[in-house]
Design a protein around this ligand. Sequence first.
Ligand code: SAH
Length: 338
Amino acid sequence: MNLYGYTREMLEEYFLHIGAKKFHAIQVFEWLYQKRVFSFPEMTNIKKELRIQLEQDFSLFLPKIIKREVEPDVEKYLFLLADGEKVEAVLMRHDYGQSVCVSSQVGCNMGCKFCESGRLKKVRDLETYEMVGQILMIENLIGSRISSVVIMGIGEPLDNYQSVTNFIRIINDAKGIQIGARHITLSTCGLVPKIKELANFGIQINLAISFHAPNDNLRNRLMPINKSYPISDLLLAIKEYIFITNRRVTIEYILLRGINDSLECAEELANLFRGFNIYVNLIPYNETNHIEFQKSDKEVIDAFYRYLKKEKINVTVRREFGSKISAACGQLRSKELD
Ligand code: SAH
């Protein structure tokens, strides 16, 4: 068992189970996530016998950063996992602080046609500690704390629900990494039953839906998941999510030249979401070497944006990060495998 995979509640149960007091869970959390020690002997306020027991029961192994690429506002890291697999994470610097984009799986099975990660079939889910490790190792390397986390790296987070929600519990914990719920964003391609489950998760994170097409015909072609959960089902799940959480949902929409960037598409999109508590985040496509999609022209993006605005749909255009160092969307790991 890896200690970084344990939520505070799980750790409390562990201590009770071995006949110790549950407040030790808070002590351990403070050592791991506030004082940031990386070994048991350093946890000096925990008595020796208990430390030895912890050492027997838990590993403190963390993934290692084996490659770092740096641009002024963005850094990309490649992590080596215990079994030799690799995933990536990206650090972005904004006016308001630093955010990290973490991966949730090794590869991905969703098969979105425009996405680099989808070319690499899922090898396995990431464990909770491997996601926590991405944050800890980056903070350790840069010597400062990050203020927000987006679960938008390699993988479909809702296809790894238990490990991802435990990861969120740990990074959000007041005794843990202390990232506020509103500074945590989970992005999904639209696994409807899991969106419904997430509505009752209880931590008020931001939910982003990778939408990318305003009708089933086009969405089926771009995102195979739409054949299992078509737009009408997805809209109902989004509606229910908003009703239960009272939170605004982000609708992500990559603009692909000549495919989904026409004003007719903008109109269809506006018609789907009129009256919903959502905002649309338009994403300039990050072109990759392998996939036959291109980024829309700036004027086309502007026109799409203005149309939604005119239709009173809240809309923003995502700032582009890391296109030079291929930080976006599975490109680093995929480059490594070429
Ligand atoms: N599986 C999740 C999270 C990972 S993808 C999801 O589908 O949301 C994170 C976001 O990046 C998604 O909106 C995805 O559609 C988008 N994306 C993938 N490849 C991209 C590319 N080349 N350029 C821009 N965005 C991309």
